[in-house]
Write a protein that binds this ligand. Structure first.
Ligand code: SAM
Length: 503
């Protein structure tokens, strides 16, 4: 059995099958997974403020294909999980039964199955011809000596109203049994007389303890002369969390934690799992971590963590979220590894991921700039992204346009968001003249005089057309190759843009 400790505070970009293989055996305390479901739907994903829309496709048409895809990944998870570790598989009605029988019972063993948790994720669903699907299923597996910290929830309101009907100076209380019932059978050593009362089957505590309770005014006598123990509401820990979770709301449209990822889970849900099934310092792994909810929960609860996601854009969003919500700094407090930085890997990316990568790589190469990727599905009329120059120079240029209205009253007539350079991205080896013409039309329509084009390479006709546009119309289309973006060797060429301000 390996004792090797894996590197933590790291997000790996890649297929978790490959990334998990690099982790040692028996090194993780808790794994939570929330892989794409077998729902065969197309999602439109809205990312954050930028409202980028992209296709998020659940790829699996049938349960067999889904199980075949997931089986080797879960087998790797089982290998890296400590024998004292816990595993949670978040899924829904589409495949939960197949997942349990065909994957989890096979790999973990039927006896490792601990719970099926029902998370009520919405209160209504538009199913007019059958019962509405309003819950997700979370399957919990663990070996014989797994960590467990019970979670207590507040008592149900109805329960409190029905049973906690009494009140004294100390607080609200309910009556609990202090004498044994017939079903419990006799206990001769607990059968004694106290204040003239001898219960038939004995007391539930010793004479000394009973006396102490009575002295503390915790014993009360009914009108029929029967003794009871007072249980104060404020002294109860609550009820141990059951398997039905209806007290955690989904991430609401207005929630501050919302990133726009359709399958984003609430931090509260992950906090409950992390608290119950791990201890401070333990390692939490999420190999399908999306926008990183499990990592945020682990970080907040002082656990170590490892995340994996196949989508570079998810890894980037996750990184930003860890910086914003947890105060961490990338490359100091955590790392994102294996982001696609070879031409070959970039060629294999889906078009929306490629577009996102190019737009962000451009802005990373231009200090003081920031970028926004355009919606993929609707398209932004020939513009794939916008580069904003928000550095000191461009703000200074804009500040000159401050209008003086009345004495002492100023209005900034300069909107930095209007000060952008359009970006066009093509996942092509030879961008030709027609692509340039199309981009030129978009630049003109947006009343800009320059733009960036990013692609693997350009035909001579494209280069010539850009020269002509510059000479004859003073419209500058800067052709950048993916190799330049990787090497960042376009920086110097673009320096002049900062000096000029925006488009
Ligand atoms: C349902 S989302 C996870 C959402 C996450 N629980 C959250 O709250 O943000 C599933 C994620 O799995 C990722 N994914 C899909 N296949 C993968 C694979 N083979 N390896 C790693 N990640 C994968 C997708 O990119 C997606 O981000």
């Amino acid at each position: 059995m390996s004792e090797q400790a894996p590197k933590t505070s790291v997000i790996y970009c890649g297929d978790c099958l490959d990334e998990l293989k690099r982790l040692p055996d028996n090194c993780i305390d808790l794994v939570y997974i929330d892989p794409p479901f077998n729902s065969n739907r197309n999602y439109e994903v809205f990312w954050g403020d930028t409202q980028q829309r992209r296709a998020f496709e659940d790829r699996f048409g049938d349960a067999k294909a889904y199980c075949e895809y997931m089986f080797p990944r879960v087998a790797e998870i089982y290998r890296v999980l400590k024998k004292t570790g816990s595993f949670y598989y978040h899924c829904d009605w589409h495949a939960s039964h197949y997942i349990k029988v065909k994957i989890l019972d096979e790999i973990f063993g039927f006896n490792a199955f601990q719970n099926e948790i029902v998370w009520k994720r919405t209160s209504s669903h538009n199913d007019t011809k059958r019962w509405a699907h309003i819950h997700d299923t979370i399957l919990f597996y663990a070996g014989p000596k797994f960590s467990w910290n019970p979670i207590y929830l507040e008592h149900d309101k109805n329960y409190v109203e029905t049973f906690y009907r009494y009140k004294d100076d100390r607080g609200v209380y309910r009556l609990d049994h202090i004498i044994r019932s017939a079903s419990m059978g006799p206990r001769p050593n607990l059968t004694y007389e106290y204040k003239g009362y001898t219960p038939e089957w004995g007391w539930r505590t010793t004479r000394d303890k009973l006396k102490a309770l009575d002295k503390d005014d915790r014993i009360t006598w009914s009108r029929t002369g029967r003794p009871y123990l007072k249980r104060y509401l404020h002294e109860q820990k609550g009820v141990t969390a059951p398997t039905i979770w209806d007290d955690i709301l989904p991430v609401q449209a207005q929630a501050s934690e919302r990133l726009g990822y359709p399958t984003q889970k609430p931090v509260a849900l992950l906090e409950r799992i992390v608290k119950a099934s791990s201890n401070e310092g333990d390692i939490v792994l999420d190999p399908f971590c999306g926008c990183g909810t499990a990592l945020v929960a682990a970080q907040k609860l002082n656990r170590r963590w490892i995340g994996i996601d196949i989508a570079p854009s998810a890894c980037r969003v996750m990184g930003e979220r860890l910086e914003r919500d947890c105060g961490l700094k990338r490359n100091r407090d955590f790392m994102i590894e294996n982001l696609p930085i070879s031409v070959k890997r970039l060629r294999d990316l889906p078009p929306d991921e490629f577009q996102e990568w190019c737009v962000h790589a451009l802005s990373q190469g231009i200090p003081g700039s920031t970028s926004v990727v355009s919606p993929t599905m609707s398209g932004d009329m020939g513009i794939d992204g916008k580069l904003y120059l928000v550095d000191r120079l461009s703000l200074k240029a804009g500040a000159k346009k401050v209008k003086k209205l009345k004495k002492g009253e100023q209005v900034l007539a300069f909107d930095p968001l209007e000060n952008y350079i359009p970006i066009q991205v093509k996942q092509k080896d030879k961008v030709g003249r027609p692509d340039i013409d199309e981009f030129y039309a978009a630049i003109k329509r947006d009343k800009r005089n320059r733009g960036f084009f990013a692609a693997f390479g350009y035909a001579d006709t494209a280069r010539k057309e850009c020269e002509r546009l510059w000479l004859e119309e003073q419209i500058s289309i800067q052709l950048v190759t993916v190799k330049q973006l990787i090497d960042r060797d376009f920086r110097k060429e673009l320096e002049y843009i900062r000096m000029l301000g925006g488009g």
